[in-house]
Design a protein around this ligand. Structure first.
Ligand SMILES: Cc1ncc(C[n+]2csc(CCOP(=O)(O)OP(=O)(O)O)c2C)c(N)n1
Ligand SMILES: [Mg+2]
Length: 371
């Protein structure tokens, strides 16, 4: 029968639906699913093999190198924080590097990107220098925001990186605006809007994604689901388990990806970015990930078990990439050690640069301030 049948509607009494259990879950135990251990002799999946063929040896190694740079940069950042060379809030991306790196290699240089305060990984992956990033945290004038933003507010006009943002969900309308601009001017840019799972219950998320769907804006909304918003397990604050399914509410595509697999992040982001560029339809992507450190450098992270943390560390995105590249014969232990040594030296150099850089002058106090 055709959907628009003229048959009179049924008048029978609607069945009473049993109310859904809405009582909030009170258990403080983490409900996090622990990842399954990868087998030692894993056969490369067809999809992974295809991605590696597409990227080739050099690029694949370059991607691993970038993840390692981000890791080493942030390890030193912690030390610099402890030495009080860095002040203010400081949130590390350790464990989540695959998302930023996969994305950076999948996007075009002039596509927009915006994220939360957990922004070091994106800045470096987009090609900002370790020097300007470290100097920013040192509060030096050579920093990417002239030392006025600090860890949470990295920014680069050249890279179309619209910054790190301190207000949870505050960057979502900003990224939506960038998508609006691209559409209005008829450029073919896509706007990549990243935020944590803690932001998806904010009004700014719902208003932005709704508008992007209605106006067909070239925006991709990516939830970095690291399972915790500060010390709160996601299952205690979000009503559904598969977060990307919220896409249904906006009539857009929703999908999940393994946020600890750089090649999967690359493949999914590449597909979605190209699709979005062509169709100007937004989508909601959930990157399933985990942060190995506390919410910020001052959080010991006591709300999760050691067993859970270790299980995710066993799925470390860098080790995983190293293993894959070793399996295909593109990398050996010596190569890895050499790359590690190189990136460590770059980070040390960025500390030296920051130490030696001048502080902003007093006149700077009122410059570049818009409120
Ligand atoms: C509007 C607003 N509310 C509360 C805070 C305090 N706060 C800072 S980070 C955070 C948790 C956010 O978690 P999530 O979005 O999952 O991102 P993650 O830190 O895990 O990357 C909260 C509640 C804030 N910065 N802004
Ligand atoms: Mg989170």
């Amino acid at each position: 029968m055709a959907e628009n049948s003229s048959k009179a509607p049924k008048t029978s009494k609607p069945k009473t639906v049993k109310p859904v259990q809405t009582k909030p879950k009170r258990n403080r135990q983490s409900k996090t699913t622990i990842p399954a251990k990868t087998t030692k002799t894993s056969q490369l999946s067809k999809q992974l093999q295809q991605t590696l063929d597409e990227l080739g040896k050099e690029v694949s190694i370059e991607m691993m190198r970038m993840m390692l740079l981000i890791r080493r940069f942030e390890e030193r950042t912690t030390e610099m924080y402890q030495q009080r060379k860095i002040g203010g809030f400081c949130h590390l991306y350790i464990g989540e590097e695959a998302i930023a790196v996969g994305t950076a290699w999948a996007k075009k240089p002039d596509d927009y990107l915006v994220t939360s305060y957990r922004d070091h990984g994106f800045a470096l992956a987009l090609g900002m220098s370790p020097n300007e990033c470290m100097a920013e945290m040192f509060g030096k004038v050579t920093g990417c925001a002239r030392g006025k933003g600090g860890s949470m507010h990295f920014f680069s006009k050249e890279k179309n990186f619209l910054g790190g943002h301190g207000i949870v969900g505050g960057q979502i309308p900003v990224g939506t605006g960038a998508g609006f601009r691209a559409k209005y001017l008829g450029t073919d840019q896509v706007s990549l809007v990243f935020f944590g799972e803690g932001a998806i219950s904010q009004g700014s998320f719902h208003e932005s994604v709704n508008l992007a769907s209605i106006w067909n804006l070239p925006c991709l909304y990516i939830i970095e689901n690291n399972r915790y918003g500060m010390g709160t397990d996601v299952s205690r604050v979000v009503s559904i388990e598969e977060l990307h399914k919220r896409a249904t509410a906006f009539s857009i595509e929703g999908l999940a990806m393994d946020g600890m697999d750089v090649f999967e992040c690359y493949r999914v982001m590449k597909d979605q970015i190209e699709k979005c560029r062509k169709t100007s339809r937004p989508a909601l992507i959930e990157a399933k990930t985990y942060r190995f450190r506390g919410h910020s450098v001052s959080d010991p992270g006591k709300y999760r078990s050691k067993i859970e943390l270790q299980a995710y560390k066993d799925a470390d995105p860098i080790n995983r990439t190293r293993k894959t590249l070793t399996e295909v014969g593109w990398l050996n232990d010596e190569d890895f050690k050499k790359i590690d040594k190189e990136v460590k030296a770059i980070v040390i150099q960025s500390i030296k640069f920051s130490d030696e850089s001048p502080e902003p002058s007093l006149e700077e106090l009122t410059q570049h301030v818009y409120s």
